[in-house]
Design a protein. Sequence first.
Length: 127
Amino acid sequence: MRKLGWHQWLVLLLFLAALLVTGLFGVRTVRRAVYWRTHRDEQIRPWMSVSYVSHSYRVPPYLLYQAIGQTPVPHDRRPLRQLAREQNRPVEELISELQNAIIQARSQPPPAPPEQFPPPPSGGSPP
């Protein structure tokens, strides 16, 4: 049997490192999938964010923001407790509005999301 040179050890080490990283990302993906499969329609709590509630109830976030009188903010992680405090009202009232919006959204197809960009001017193609 032949001894391995340092080039071969380096290749082996890089292969094992790539295998380890792939395994870690695979485990992470499986854990997230299992988590969201078991956390559907959770009771809404003050520590949750609008995006968490949206994900759990499978409702577009812009509908929930509209229901509580907020403009949608990308990557908004503020908990419902903080949103209620900013609006000077009880968090239970905010949760009730979210629950009503979820019921309404599930009973009918959701409207189109608001446009983020203005439509192009008429009379020609964009430059």
